[in-house]
Ligand binder design. Structure first.
Ligand SMILES: CC(C)(COP(=O)(O)OP(=O)(O)OC[C@H]1O[C@@H](n2cnc3c(N)ncnc32)[C@H](O)[C@@H]1OP(=O)(O)O)[C@@H](O)C(=O)NCCC(=O)NCCS
Length: 229
């Protein structure tokens, strides 16, 4: 009985130590989660229940081993973390401070991705390559970027600081700072706080067919409205 109590108290001590270490070393990330997720109620809830934070803890350990060229061990930790969180972060990726993955399931971050400070990703985001090329083949994400659920950012492109990538967008070209990008392929709808009229924009025109379809849709809606009145 006494032995069992001793084992339990050691486990409790280790568990408390783990919580304290995570709270100290991941303070900025926990704070960021609290700011970015209105549903987050307390520090303890984030430490114990947020998969995004757990994946980041696993990634930091794996990245440390990766830098020591212990590639197999690094990948092993990354895969265990993927199994328990549903989030796959390659140990070679570089991630800044205040990073937060909300909900998390299905996020994939490739080996040569670079992520700035205060970036928020939602579930299902991919920072991936476009083919079998070697070298830097994944995106570079600036500071304070938000990437909506299901968005795919592909190739060695740069997403500028303070940009928003809409849910389910597929981005395959550079995004300037302070932009909002939506759709497939991604097109800029807002820049520096100003709405961009896609039909007049000759710089960011990415998909003329999509624009024609949208134009036709608007005309049909207008005709339908006229028909009703
Ligand atoms: C893109 C986003 C950031 C909104 O930016 P915004 O500047 O407020 O944009 P608006 O709502 O004014 O929309 C601008 C245009 O883009 C369209 N749009 C907005 N989000 C879109 C999306 N994800 N895909 C396609 N079009 C989209 C709007 O319909 C609007 O079109 P219109 O000008 O023809 O009317 C937001 O819609 C988004 O997708 N956020 C991601 C949130 C998310 O993933 N949440 C997950 C929670 S679990």
């Amino acid at each position: 009985m006494i032995t069992l109590l001793r084992i339990l108290s050691v486990l409790l001590f280790l568990f408390s130590l783990k919580i304290i270490l995570v709270a100290v070393f991941f303070y900025k990330e926990i704070k960021s989660a609290q700011q970015k997720d209105p549903a987050a109620k307390s520090f303890l809830e984030i430490i114990l229940l947020y998969q995004g934070l757990h994946a980041l803890v696993g990634y930091r350990i794996a990245h440390f081993l990766y830098k020591l060229h212990l590639f197999f061990l690094a990948r092993l930790i990354s895969q265990v973390s993927r199994f328990t969180t549903g989030i796959e972060i390659h140990p070679g990726a570089k991630i800044g401070k205040g990073f937060f993955i909300d909900h998390g399931m299905g996020v994939v971050i490739g080996e040569t991705s670079i992520i700035g400070d205060n970036v928020l990703l939602y579930q299902g985001v991919t920072l991936g390559g476009t083919g079998l090329e070697k070298g830097k083949r994944h995106p570079t994400i600036g500071n304070n970027v938000v990437i909506g659920t299901g968005a795919k950012i592909l190739g060695n492109i740069t997403v500028g600081d303070n940009s928003y990538i809409g849910a389910n967008a597929v981005v395959i070209k550079d995004v300037p700072p302070n932009s909002t990008v939506v759709g497939v392929p991604g097109r800029i709808t807002k820049q520096d706080g100003k709405k961009i009229d896609v039909s007049l924009d000759h710089i960011h025109t990415l998909d003329p067919i999509m624009q024609n379809i949208e134009e036709l849709q608007k005309r049909i809606e207008k005709l339908e409205d006229k028909g009703k009145s």
